[in-house]
Design a protein around this ligand. Structure first.
Ligand code: PAF
Length: 277
């Protein structure tokens, strides 16, 4: 496994491979969710690149950029046994040199849900992902379903800008109690960690109603809200029952539907989702 930082070294490494290349973009502090993306890339592509870059432009001014968990050595030791060919770990100066002024923005899909709360977040995500795609030129790129809106936004960008690659979205990996894996789970302490199970519990409660025949989107949103509000430590930001592709809130559930939510526990903001249909 080769670890590179500069664009020159990345391109030199990329040029040495002729077969299909899979890219797994990450911000590091890897967990089983990331490793599942790498394993799927490995199963589907001849060569696998992993990028590790905590992208400053997708963090808001009051977000956790400076304390976002980082541990490159640990990440490399987790990736090495999986047969990854190249790890790209650029610096912020490589990705955004002095005078940088070009941005990639997806429109309507970035307005609701996370976009309504985290202003500028998706502009940072799509810009860095476009730069990663341009540099690595992968045939397939792998993202987690946990960031469902991010996956939808990236699919849209790939379609709109004609990136010649396939976006592969892999299932959420959960802890034994149902908590969706995330690098930010590290921030959860004591009682907040125990209470964090409320997100998957709320999704499961809505799913059960759906399986029992409920098709009113408002009833499903109400159910999720009710479960979250019964947990005194949880501060609800939003619950949503939206069309899977457009992310528009539904009145009646039909076809592929995204149940999603954002909840604050102590100092940690968590998101989770479930796809119906
Ligand atoms: O999902 C993430 O870890 C990040 O948003 C991504 C896609 C690596 C872009 O920085």
């Amino acid at each position: 496994m080769k670890t590179v930082s500069t664009l020159f070294d990345l391109r030199t490494a990329r040029l040495s491979f002729n077969g299909t290349v899979g890219l797994v973009p990450t911000m590091g502090y890897l967990h089983e969710g990331h490793l599942s993306l790498i394993r799927q890339a490995k199963a589907e592509c001849e060569h696998v690149f992993v990028s590790i870059f905590v992208n400053p432009t997708q963090f808001g001014a009051n977000e956790d950029l400076s304390k976002y968990p980082r541990d490159l050595e640990r990440d490399l030791s987790l990736i090495e046994p999986l047969g990854v060919d190249v790890v790209w770990n650029p610096t912020p100066e490589i990705m955004y040199p002095a005078g940088y002024q070009t941005w990639v923005e997806v429109d309507a899909l970035t307005h609701p849900l996370e976009g309504a709360i985290r202003a500028g977040h998706f502009k940072g995500v799509t810009t860095v992902v476009a730069k990663l795609f341009n540099a690595v030129q992968p045939h397939k790129a792998y993202f987690g379903q946990k960031d469902a809106q991010q996956a939808a936004v990236i699919r849209q960008m790939v379609r709109d800008l004609n990136f010649p690659l396939e976006v592969v979205v892999c299932p959420i990996i959960r802890e034994a109690d149902g908590l969706a894996m995330s690098s930010r789970n590290k921030y959860l302490e004591g009682a907040d960690r125990a209470a964090a199970v409320v997100l998957s519990r709320a999704l499961n409660a809505a799913k059960k109603e759906y399986e029992g025949g409920e098709r009113s989107a408002e009833a499903l949103r109400r159910k999720m809200k009710e479960v979250i509000e019964a947990e005194p430590r949880a501060q609800l930001q939003y619950v949503s029952c939206a069309d899977y592709d457009s992310l528009e809130e539904l009145e009646v559930v039909k076809g592929k539907t995204l149940l999603s939510m954002a909840v604050i526990l102590g100092k940690t903001r968590l998101i989770d989702n479930f796809v119906l249909g």
